[in-house]
Ligand binder design. Structure first.
Ligand SMILES: [Zn+2]
Length: 84
């Protein structure tokens, strides 16, 4: 794992939310990323964020759905994996 953002940010987000007036009466109990993938690179499991993409394709009535995995952490900019 190149950085610790995926593991550490949810706790910081939860802490930030719970400092806001909106969550004083009913605090956030847990935060987590929904778009986490665990690619296996060189036999080792890694962790990265992904995003769902919809492609409007000529001749298709519904968008084609696909997924991209981020190469760099969108929070700190560290590359998730070295070039292979
Ligand atoms: Zn990061």
């Amino acid at each position: 794992m190149a950085c610790k953002c995926i593991n550490e940010l949810p706790a910081r987000i939860m802490e930030h939310c719970n400092q806001q007036k909106e969550y004083q009466a009913k605090p956030v109990l847990e935060a987590s990323f929904k778009d986490v993938v665990f690619p296996i690179i060189n036999g080792e499991m890694s962790v990265a964020l992904k995003s769902n993409i919809e492609l409007k394709v000529e001749g298709r009535k519904t968008p084609k759905k696909t997924v991209i995995t981020f190469t760099y952490c969108p929070f700190c900019g560290v590359k998730y994996q070295e070039d292979v």
